[in-house]
Design a protein around this ligand. Structure first.
Ligand code: IPD
Ligand code: CA
Ligand code: CA
Length: 274
């Protein structure tokens, strides 16, 4: 791929996407190549079930190097390395592997997620799902894509017919509440899916493979890129009560289903951890 001058101040969302996509593809290729040789290099983070492998760190290092080589003044927020960098007004939001548990077990739903935020607004996002050979992209105001195919989320699906993706955090107390909440949702929908990657869940919603998604406790690096893919596919992504999406809560679906699911979830008080 031939890249334009990536150091200038005049990059468009599409320019940022080209750079982000090239870097996400390189990281994905590295992960695919090295996963079979992965051995024993596993640590835990926030809880005994929250794993990080040497390859999560290697992927983030590669992404940081490539971003800073092209755009030395930008900031980078990455799940493994935190936030640092300059004050260009551009911030890269990176999950080097979203779905590390799937990655560890050889399940295909894990992704390299890179979003580019300009002056506080995400303008471009890429979610590379290497083991599926799928690259999801979006540019603010210009649509969402799987490869060369434009994405449109499902619309007009009533709650009772909805296939709903969700996820569970790494803390026992939070999981206990999430179990209570999902027990109330399950009898009222078509079915539940727990895919294991927030980014892939949101891209699946954009592609019409699920109808809705909700989760408590996901972070910016989980949803920044895929959230743009989902909203550019026509979905609404917010927290509860009209608040912006945040680690408190993420709810995503086309408008009518969003409202129905919100009406079911909000009284369950799912933003508590005990
Ligand atoms: C996790 C995945 C998972 C979600 C967790 C996330 P990680 O990210 O997105 O689907 O349920 O809340 O933390 O740890 O694999 O990067
Ligand atoms: Ca993640
Ligand atoms: Ca991660």
């Amino acid at each position: 791929m031939t890249l334009p001058d990536m150091t200038g101040p005049d990059m468009t969302g599409a320019d940022f996407l080209r750079l982000a996509e090239e870097i996400a593809r390189e990281a994905g290729d590295m992960l695919l190549a090295k996963r079979p040789t992965m051995s024993g290099e596993i640590e835990t983070k926030s809880s005994p079930t929250d794993v990080v492998t040497a390859l999560d760190k290697a992927s983030e290092e590669l992404i940081r190097e490539r971003v800073l080589a092209a755009r030395p003044g930008d900031r980078i927020l990455g799940e493994e390395g935190g936030e640092e960098g300059g004050d260009s007004g551009v911030r890269w939001i990176v999950d080097p592997i979203d779905g590390t548990v799937n990655f560890l077990y050889g399940l295909p739903d894990w992704a390299v997620s890179i979003a580019v935020e300009v002056n506080g607004e995400v303008v471009a996002g890429v979610v590379n799902v290497p083991q599926r050979g799928e690259v999801y992209t979006a540019v603010r105001g210009e649509g969402a894509w799987l490869g060369s195919g434009r994405l449109r989320c499902n619309t007009g699906v009533p709650l009772a017919q909805a296939l709903v993706a969700t996820g569970f955090g790494y803390f026992q107390a939070r999981r206990a509440v999430q179990g209570e909440v999902v027990a109330q949702v399950l009898p009222r929908v078509r079915d539940i899916r727990r895919g294991g990657s927030c980014a892939v869940d949101l891209c699946s919603l954009a592609a019409g493979r699920v109808d809705a998604y909700y989760e408590r406790g996901v972070n910016q690096w989980d949803f920044a890129a895929a959230g743009l893919v989902a909203t550019e596919s026509g979905a609404r992504l917010e927290g509860l009560g009209g608040r912006p999406v945040s680690p408190d809560f993420a709810l995503c679906a086309a408008q009518g289903l969003f409202e129905e699911l919100h009406a079911l979830l909000a009284p369950l008080n799912p933003e508590r951890d005990a």
